[in-house]
Design a protein around this ligand. Structure first.
Ligand SMILES: Cc1cc2nc3c(=O)[nH]c(=O)nc-3n(C[C@H](O)[C@H](O)[C@H](O)COP(=O)(O)OP(=O)(O)OC[C@H]3O[C@@H](n4cnc5c(N)ncnc54)[C@H](O)[C@@H]3O)c2cc1C
Length: 595
């Protein structure tokens, strides 16, 4: 049976050593986020995830959520108790504003917590993740009355949040949505319509559920320019703030699905439900994008979390499972066969899983640090640059982490052979759970379109500079450092491909948008691989300063994993580059009727 132990050593490496944690603690409001406090928080979080969330992961998958007559939904055994303990310990509001009862810690830390939660129980993570998204949208666009009424309850976890966009006829294309909202005389609205696939739409974890619903006002323009965002609670709060009268919101069914079975996926009916406008009329997409961007990084971290669990399980199994002998001669003559860890193909698989997972953890932390800089830096220029970086990297993190999340969990299953395919060992659950992350919060193909269509051309390439400049300048300043040659050279080559591909897409995409769209998924992958190449090279730089020091095994493994990345993964940028340059004609000239 798979087990999980939070990768605290690597998290500390990324947080304190790869990046300078003192610049985050120097930000206003983070003075108390000292290295000791951060380490203590991570250790406590690890205990909760390993001892509370992980033990109900498998049973939650077996049992799933249950729908009851009247629209009630119950979560699997243990979820309620676990949720209560998690909320009471303050984990839900870890990075929320102290003004609303939060702990006010950096996003870079809550991202590491999220990774642990997703490694140990991704279904549980969906409930708390959506509350955080709802918190952010209300904090950014809600009026004072909404903030005062709802943010403390979302922070404490007494109430939870949802995000209600999808309708039967409207998935990626939100311009097609039909749910409508009509104004009441008192400034509230009556919201009516059907939503599907709503995560955490109904459950028994909290006393109230706060739905953020996209709907159209009566006079709204067609398409996405006519969408507004409404806050619709399951129970209307009394003047004293407690849940009062039941609102016109009902869960009409639960979806039966491939994975994340302990996360309720609900069909929701809104029947003249009372709601309040968040932000301005017809500007709902702007507010929803705040929530969605936050959620996109969160979904990316789901892929990362499951990659880590799958890696740990695969390593454990590869050490125990005895099959065959090493091709270079018996390694364990005392045993009937050698452990499969001796076989090159198993080692290749494990190192590939590890290189991508640790690289993605570094990238997640890199982005999360920019969330903190964007919010807290004292000067406007730093805040604006951090925002540019986050804008650029969000679709990459979402799609790259989750595509690899699926690939890596699948690699983990392969290490187990048939014992992975059967349910008993728990690793097939990782594959099933990882799959959805490639689809929700904008399918990964749509993330790639966002990258080439919006992020790369934005402000004539201004976002790109936040990535290209640091990478270029790191390569230049380390080009002649002998110990770094095996890392700088492949990085420089892959970075050159990314620069050429970017120029090419910008040029051909202007003339024919199909060219940019056809190249978009390969371009996003190329971008992600180069970003990891840069981070791996920097990790080596840090690791090499520890030669013959304490914890040598950890640093040696970093350098060795980086070599694997540079030699066997980063070169994939060559084939991606070739595919990008091949253009769109093979797929666009193919007659529709021939498919
Ligand atoms: C378990 C689960 C939980 C979910 N939770 C929520 C939730 O909490 N709230 C919520 O509102 N929704 C939720 N969803 C819905 C989810 O966000 C959508 O399924 C997703 O956005 C894709 O929409 P769709 O399924 O209608 O696919 P479609 O939009 O029909 O897309 C089908 C395929 O076509 C591609 N495609 C579509 N348009 C384009 C385009 N213009 N260019 C290129 N390719 C395109 C897509 O990438 C996809 O591969 C959930 C879904 C599931 C399964």
């Amino acid at each position: 049976m798979a087990s999980y132990s939070a990768p605290l050593r690597d998290m500390r490496f990324v947080y304190h050593e790869l990046f300078d944690s003192s610049d985050i603690s120097a930000l206003p409001g983070f003075e108390e986020a000292t290295p000791d406090l951060i380490d203590a928080v991570l250790e406590e979080a690890a205990k909760v995830c390993e001892n509370e969330l992980f033990p109900i992961n498998r049973s939650g998958d077996e049992e799933g959520c249950r729908y009851h007559q009247g629209g009630e939904v119950t979560t699997p055994s243990g979820f309620r108790e676990c949720y209560r303990a998690y909320a009471e310990a303050g984990w839900i509001g870890l990075s929320s504003d102290p003004q609303y009862g939060g702990q006010g810690l950096p996003a870079a830390i809550s991202t590491l917590l999220e990774e642990m939660v997703c490694s140990s129980n991704i279904a549980f993570g969906t409930y708390v993740g959506l509350s955080r998204g709802a918190y952010r949208a209300i904090a950014a666009f809600g009026n004072d009355s909404l903030k005062t009424r709802y943010l403390p309850k979302l922070t404490s976890g007494e109430w939870s949040g949802t995000m209600c966009l999808t309708e039967p006829q409207c998935g990626t294309d939100l311009g097609l949505l039909r749910t409508r909202a009509e104004p009441n005389a008192d400034g509230s609205y009556r919201v009516t319509g059907n939503k599907i696939f709503i995560s955490a739409g109904e459950h028994d974890l909290t006393e109230n559920i706060i739905h953020l619903v996209l709907a159209r006002l009566p006079d709204a323009p067609a398409g996405v320019r006519g969408i507004s965002l409404f806050l619709v609670p399951k129970f209307l709060p009394n003047p004293d703030g407690d849940p009062g009268e039941r609102n016109g919101v009902l869960c009409t069914a639960l979806e039966n699905k491939m994975g994340i079975k302990a996360s309720s996926t609900c069909a929701m009916n809104f029947d003249q439900a009372t709601g309040w406008l968040i932000g301005s009329a017809n500007k709902g997409m702007q507010a929803m994008f705040v929530m969605m961007n936050d959620a996109r990084l969160g979904v990316g971290v789901q892929g990362l979390g499951l990659s880590e669990s799958a890696y740990q399980a695969a390593v454990e199994y590869a050490r125990e499972r005895l099959q065959g002998r090493s091709v270079t001669g018996t390694k364990h003559p005392d045993k009937p066969a050698d452990p499969i860890l001796v076989h090159p193909d198993i080692r290749r698989t494990l190192l590939t899983m590890r290189a991508l997972t640790e690289g993605n953890r570094a990238m997640a932390t890199w982005i999360a640090r920019h969330l903190d800089l964007r919010e807290r830096a004292e000067d406007e220029t730093t805040r604006a640059s951090a925002n540019d970086f986050v804008q650029l990297m969000t679709p990459i993190a979402k799609a790259f982490f989750t595509d690899y999340g699926f690939d890596i969990t699948n690699m983990g299953l392969q290490v187990y052979g048939g014992h992975g395919y059967i349910r008993e060992n728990g690793v097939e659950q990782y594959v099933r759970d990882a799959r959805i992350a490639q689809i929700y919060e904008g399918a990964n193909g749509v993330q790639a379109l966002d990258l080439v269509g919006r992020k790369v051309p934005a402000h004539t390439g201004r976002y790109l500079r936040q990535f290209f400049h640091p990478v270029q300048s790191w390569i230049e300043s380390h080009a002649f450092t002998p110990a770094l040659q095996p890392f700088v050279m492949p990085l420089a080559k892959a970075f050159g491909r990314l620069q050429l591909a970017t120029g090419h897409i910008a040029q051909v995409g202007l003339k024919n948008p199909n060219e940019a769209a056809a190249a978009s998924s390969e371009y996003l992958r190329l971008f992600g691989l180069v970003a990891l190449g840069y981070l791996w090279a920097r990790m080596v730089e840090v690791a090499l300063t520890h030669e013959n020091g304490a914890d040598q095994g950890f640093y040696d493994a970093k350098v060795a994993t980086a070599r694997h990345y540079m030699e066997r993964i980063l070169p994939q940028t060559g084939s991606l580059f070739a595919a990008i340059m091949a253009g769109a004609s093979t797929m666009m000239d193919f007659p529709d009727e021939a498919f």
